[in-house]
Design a protein around this ligand. Structure first.
Ligand SMILES: [Zn+2]
Length: 546
């Protein structure tokens, strides 16, 4: 009996993994996931490289009515159940027009909906399809779905606060067309007043109800300076709610009790909070697939465990072994090659940025001297050149970079970055815009990264790299622009990693943002002239092009 159950689980898990990989190979997945930055592991940290994670992260979840189980949804549509949650199917084998962003369970817990960035709705089990925004023009991508208490309808909410009501869901107003300080990140039905609540990433709460009812509002974090709110959950009496931040912090309002919290760990972030419907308590789901119950809700971990991010590109060619010398790279991380102490990092803990590290050793470009770059924009969409110039100006303002354009090339992006060094010279950064047939994006819309070399005097120095942006994508359809992708990928090339805050351009998916957030700006500053000057490794120079 045990063996059979285990076997079934393994088979089902394997099947879903195969479907996931198959859909990636077919290039059918999400066009709006930007990609993973990452760094190559391995012995001898000689070269940092690119790593496109195309399946996307865990983006949403839902709790069962008992509170004893939950589902997590991946950006590519994969759904994984845990505890008493049953699997009713998923969208991992469908050709999606945008990545999955939201999930909600039916009141019975015997079904669920998925919603994609483009407004497409997918229903499973006893979840009924009542309509979608797929194929309709949107001012901003859809981010979340909330069923009505009966389950016979749902609301879809967009980043800009736009609301779309289906089935028995009633429209009582929205924030669409109203300037918001931060994008909307969550929506929740308020059964006692037949309305709904929205929460923005800055903690602002917006409550809507029929004209005869008092909207359910018990306070907000708006104005408190946070920028990482990801959701809210009601108390059993509907007399209050908990607000969740991506770092795992939970804040109580109204009659919500303090049941504790768990900080997000190891680079993961909290992505959703789900109330126990009958007794005070809630469950928090994290982006690594773990979940913790508080109050009456038990804890647990998703089964199957999250599949590792598939890498649609073959691993880069191994770099040549470093020449042995008395000053070869340390095997354990040594002192940071630039100070990370007072005056460099932001004074507030609310700013979210992360520097790419390889064996805990950050690297930077030699920013006190010109950083040479070439472009390959023969396939670029209109406005891409202007967007690049604008991005470089924004980066220069933040980090003091001195970018020098040295030529237009016609290059294969992979070949360029795999041969970053030519003799004693380093190839300039390559900023390219390619179509899906010219470059393998693996379901993402861009890739960016850098190559590092060890310098006895400067530590790890970024010496080459680049960014490639997909040319044949209608970014406006997703409320974004190629400027956002250019900025995101070039920041990877300069040394920044992903962060969990949707208020930063280094969030791994496209949002309405197309400029640096406060954390991005600090990161660009820290990697730029906010730190001491370094130089290219001794005896090296930029390679001639053209
Ligand atoms: Zn990225």
């Amino acid at each position: 009996m045990m063996t059979t159950m285990l076997w079934n689980r393994v088979v089902r898990r394997t099947l879903r993994s195969l479907l996931l990989v198959a859909s990636l190979v077919a290039g059918l997945v999400a066009v709006v996931t930007i990609e993973g930055a990452g760094s190559t592991a391995g012995t001898g940290p000689v070269e940092r490289s690119f790593d496109a994670a195309a399946s996307g992260p865990i983006v949403a979840g839902a709790s069962t009515p008992s509170g004893d189980g939950y589902w997590v949804a991946y950006a590519d549509g994969t759904v994984a159940p845990a505890g008493d949650a049953e699997w009713y199917g998923d969208a991992s084998d469908l050709p999606l027009n945008g990545p999955i962003q939201g999930m909600a369970a039916t009141p019975s817990g015997k079904g669920y909906w998925l919603v994609a960035f483009d407004g497409g709705v997918f229903s499973y089990g006893d979840a009924a399809f009542h309509g979608s925004m797929g194929g309709s023009p949107l001012n901003a991508p859809i981010f979340s779905i909330a069923p009505t208490p009966t389950g016979a309808g749902y609301w879809l909410v967009a980043f800009d606060g736009g609301i779309f009501a289906f089935g028995d869901a009633a429209f009582h107003g929205s924030m669409g067309g109203t300037p918001l300080n931060a994008p909307i990140n969550g929506i929740l039905a308020t059964p006692q007043v037949d309305g709904y609540l929205m929460v923005a990433s800055d903690g602002g709460v917006f409550s809507f109800a029929p004209p005869t009812e008092q909207p359910a509002f018990f306070g907000s974090l708006g104005g408190s300076g946070v920028n990482d709110v990801v959701g809210l959950a009601p108390t059993p009496t509907n007399g209050g709610y908990w607000i969740l931040r991506s770092n795992g912090v939970v804040v109580e309002f109204g009659d919500a009790e303090d049941h504790g919290q768990r900080r997000a760990r190891n680079g993961s972030r909290a992505i959703g909070i789900f109330a126990n419907p009958s007794e005070s308590g809630f469950r928090v789901i994290f982006s690594d697939g773990t979940s913790v119950g508080f109050g009456k809700a038990p804890g647990g971990r998703a089964q199957p465990e999250p599949a590792p991010d598939p890498d649609p590109e073959p691993d880069p060619q191994p770099a040549p072994a470093p020449t042995p010398s008395p000053t070869s790279p340390p095997t354990t991380p040594g002192p940071l090659p630039f100070p990370v102490g007072e005056g460099l990092y932001p004074p507030s803990g609310e700013v979210d940025y992360s520097i790419v590290r390889d064996d805990d050793t950050p690297g930077r470009f030699p920013v006190c001297k010109p950083i040479e770059y070439v472009t390959d924009f023969s396939s670029a969409p209109a406005g891409a050149r202007e967007a690049l110039d604008d991005v470089l100006a924004e980066l220069t303002a933040a980090g003091g970079y001195d970018f020098r354009f040295v030529g237009e090339v016609n290059a294969d992006f992979r070949e360029w970055r795999q041969n970053a060094q030519v003799g004693d010279a380093f190839r300039p950064l390559l900023f390219a815009s390619k179509t899906g047939s010219e470059h393998s994006f693996g379901g993402a819309v861009g890739q960016g990264g850098a190559t590092a070399r060890w310098s006895p005097s400067s530590g790890w120095v970024l010496v080459s790299g680049g960014a490639v942006m997909k040319a044949d994508v209608d970014y406006a359809r997703f409320g974004s622009s190629i400027r956002a992708v250019i900025l995101h990928e070039i920041l990877h090339a300069l040394g920044l990693n992903h962060v969990g805050s949707t208020s930063e351009i280094m969030y791994p998916s496209l949002t309405a943002l197309d400029r640096m957030g406060p954390g991005d700006t600090w990161g660009a500053h820290a990697l730029g002239t906010g730190s001491p000057c370094i130089d290219l490794p001794e005896g090296h120079r930029w390679a001639d092009v053209g």
